[in-house]
Write a protein that binds this ligand. Structure first.
Ligand code: FAD
Length: 518
């Protein structure tokens, strides 16, 4: 019987690894995992949370959850599963804060590793010429912000929302309004500690085990679990001047965005968003921003129009306010926005960076945070952004719907490290376009999940038919063919890395890239 099961196992997995001699059912591996001497613990109880994520569309229950306390807990567990050679039956998903969108941190009938329970050495901040902080892979960025600020320092590159883990964002990229200058978060890492799919603990950097280092950054969790990260820091400002202006013409809006990111002496943060079907938009801003021209602003009518908001921020310390204001005035004077729509605000640095958390609290209070989130994030190159905007904002998006923010801002690819696993369009400047939709459960109208998913598909179909060289960010595909197309010329290198670091394809199965052993 064992020979027969082994034959079936090999046929199913395509695995010809000679060390695999038997088919071991998952429950048997789990019971043998229970004999390991762990500092943390293994839970076999059904835990709803691990079958859920922010996307709230896919729900895959695991068989067990490891709550590691130490890196050794993770490496022992993975090594044990690897040595049983049972790749087809017990896959492993590292779970950060579970803010994936399509089940990427889930594993049906497998083992979830709850990274937030990992207790490493304390977060350590090092000052000096190239300051950095050394943190656990399960640490939340909001905690890193508070920890580093005690030393007057902070990371250079952020995400818009900080209640995400280091391992979770570094597996993707970590993109926000600072990325035009500093690159995404994966550009700002000096060193990682990684547990590979063989259970080995490896320290890697640009100069040491560089292949693993570049592979893991933007690697969608495919090559190893990030257990520690050393993150580059800069002196932190105390305050932020936060500015919004509106445009009615996309061409002027994008020209100004591209102009601003091309300057050396410019804002510290540059983003933008599309406003469709919003009444009284300037009135809504006035709780947090002040209009520069109040009378004209009060007469401005946004109703029924498609508008583009350029959002900028300049960091400063209170004793530099005058110089900062002069520089802001100079930059603004060169832009072509609708004059009455200039709105300004000054807020503490922490408040600016943690701004989405304020919206989170409001949405939670209304029961609107834990709804399905059919998000679509695209990277669109500069030469194609006008065609994209005309079709998508002008035609595909329904003027009667308002499902959530649509972010759009350019970045300088030349500042991004091209050796990581992240794939982007090839031009020097490309845009992040993020459709951050929320669906209303049980709705059948234009706020329904089905409606938004169809709309997303129409956007993707348009890009395909117009042959735009668009890449998905936080990519979601269901077949390996689609993944091959996504990675393009990097696919072979990606497969090679998988073969080297996770040959049994144990890790991060939620992306559905590799179903079988290599
Ligand atoms: P999880 O969802 O838990 O995991 C994500 C993936 O990483 C999974 O494949 C998982 O297996 C893997 N993983 C988790 N931990 C590790 C680890 N330690 N080692 C290896 N692999 C690991 N992204 C941006 O770039 N910019 C933004 O501005 C931004 N804003 C966001 C705002 C909100 C409200 C939300 C929900 C998401 C946002 N994101 C943004 C996307 C976010 O960066 C990703 O979804 C990220 O993966 C979430 O981190 P997490 O800790 O929740 O990871």
């Amino acid at each position: 019987i064992l020979i027969l099961l082994n034959f079936i196992h090999k046929a199913n997995t395509g695995c010809n690894n000679s060390t695999i001699t038997s088919f071991i059912p998952p429950y048997q591996i789990l019971s043998s995992l229970q004999t390991l001497s762990l500092d943390g613990y293994l839970s076999l109880k059904n835990n709803d949370n691990t079958a859920k994520d922010f996307g709230n569309i896919y729900h895959f229950p695991p068989l067990a959850v490891l709550h590691p306390k130490t890196v050794s807990d993770i490496s022992q567990t993975i090594k044990h599963i690897y040595e049983t050679g049972s790749s087809s039956v017990l896959k492993v998903a590292a779970r950060g804060h579970g803010h994936s969108l399509q089940g990427q941190s889930q594993v049906h009938g497998g083992l979830v590793i709850n990274m937030e329970s990992l207790e490493g050495p304390e977060m350590k901040v090092y000052s000096g010429e190239f300051p950095y902080v050394d943190v656990s892979g399960g640490e939340l960025w909001i905690n890193i912000l508070h920890g580093t600020l005690e030393h007057g320092l902070a990371p250079k590159s952020w995400t818009d929302y900080l209640h995400l883990t280091v391992g979770g964002t570094l597996s993707n990229a970590g993109i926000s309004g600072q990325a035009f200058r500093h690159g995404p978060q994966i550009n700002n890492i000096f060193q990682l500690q990684v547990v590979t799919g063989k259970g080995e603990v490896v320290t890697c950097s640009e100069n040491k085990n560089a292949e693993l280092f570049h592979g893991v950054l933007g690697g969608l969790g495919q090559f190893g679990i990030i257990t520690r990260a050393t993150i580059s820091l800069e002196p932190a400002p105390k305050m932020v001047k936060w500015i919004r202006v509106l445009y009615s013409k996309f061409s002027l809006f994008s020209k100004d965005q591209e102009y601003l990111i091309s300057l050396e002496n410019t804002f510290d943060y540059i983003e933008g968003f599309v406003i469709i079907n919003r009444n009284n938009i300037l009135n809504n801003w006035s709780s947090s921003f002040s209009p520069k021209y109040p009378i004209q602003a009060s007469q401005f009518n946004s109703d029924g129009r498609i508008l583009y908001c350029l959002e900028m921020a300049k960091y400063f310390n209170p004793d530099e306010a005058e110089v900062m204001n002069q520089s802001v005035d100079q930059l603004l004077s060169r832009l072509s926005y609708i004059l009455p729509t200039l709105f300004l605000s000054e807020v503490p640095y922490v408040e600016f960076l943690d701004r989405v958390h304020v919206s989170e609290k409001k949405l939670r209070a209304k029961g609107l945070w834990e709804v399905p989130h059919p998000w679509l994030n695209l990277l669109v190159q500069k030469s194609e952004i006008h065609d994209f905007a005309e079709e998508v904002f002008g035609k595909i998006l329904n003027k009667d719907t308002n499902n959530g923010p649509i972010l759009i801002y350019p970045v300088n690819q030349t500042r991004w490290n091209s050796k990581t696993s992240l794939v982007t369009p090839e031009e020097d400047v490309f845009y992040l376009v993020a459709f951050l939709s929320s669906a209303v459960p049980s709705s059948t109208g234009s706020n329904s999940l089905e409606y938004i998913l169809t709309q997303n598909q129409r956007i993707l179909d348009f890009c395909k038919h117009a042959k735009l060289k668009v890449k998905q960010y936080l990519p979601h595909y269901t077949t390996q063919e689609e993944w091959k197309t996504h990675f393009g010329s990097s696919w072979e290198a990606f497969v090679e890395r998988k073969t080297t670091y996770d040959p049994l394809a144990l890790l991060a199965p939620g992306h559905r890239i590799f179903q079988k052993s290599m």
